[in-house]
Design a protein around this ligand. Sequence first.
Ligand SMILES: Cc1ncc(COP(=O)(O)O)c(C=O)c1O
Length: 279
Amino acid sequence: MGETVYLNGEFIAKDEAKISPNDRGFIFADGVYEVVKYYNAKAFRYQDHIERLNRSLAEIGINYTQTNQLEAVFNVLLSRNSKLNQQAGIYLQITRGADTRVHHFPKDITPTVYAFTTDLVSNTENLEKGIKVISADDIRWHRCDIKSVSLLPNTMLYNKAVEEGAGECILVRDGYVTEATHSSVCAVKNGVLITHPLSNLILPGITRKVVLEICAANNIKVEERLFTKEELLEMDEIFISGTGSEITPVVQVDNIEIGERKPGKVTKLIQEKFFEMIP
Ligand SMILES: Cc1ncc(COP(=O)(O)O)c(C=O)c1O
């Protein structure tokens, strides 16, 4: 049996899944997405993901009111794809739907809803040893708070990282570190955790939110503030956080080694507390 996917109310074989070439997701990248991680069929921070999805949908005016039914959909997908006893991801995408190609939002259009399972397994080596990242100019738009499928800048920048043998690309806008192509960025200086404040320039990362909760519970001081790339290179510790990356230490940025080129104390503590919260 091949892979089962969910498309517009139906569970079907991936080979059978068809969408219109006029789908605005295809034509305009007019849609939003979420990735939820499951640990042995238990979702991590499910409600946070649905709240962020609802917000993304509202921000771009897609009228899809059935997000409360998605949990059951995801469970069927995990079961049909034999992913109940392992780590797995669910990718969900909702686009505005198909119509003639017009720039305004057509009225009475039915959203396209597509979901599938992914192999989202912790990268133990990266978690233990840390990764090298590159840095680059943040060439994205000014609504990075929306989890939009319009990810060409992210893919271009991440591809550059891969070509250079790095694990992520940290983004710098007007001299300040924002986040990375598919993860949030946190740094530690003199025991204080520093991260870009929530704004239109970064995605409100759910793992980032969990990190801030861990800091609050463990008396780690937090500064949500702007910091420059020069400051970043002088940090004692750096890590990226994300649904896929979990808490991954960063031990090198471009050609500069961070700390002693090994995961720092605060990073390791946050990582440990994070894994204690896994369902
Ligand atoms: C641009 C960007 N920032 C941050 C994150 C991390 O968000 P989360 O922790 O919710 O996975 C992601 C995740 O895909 C992302 O794409």
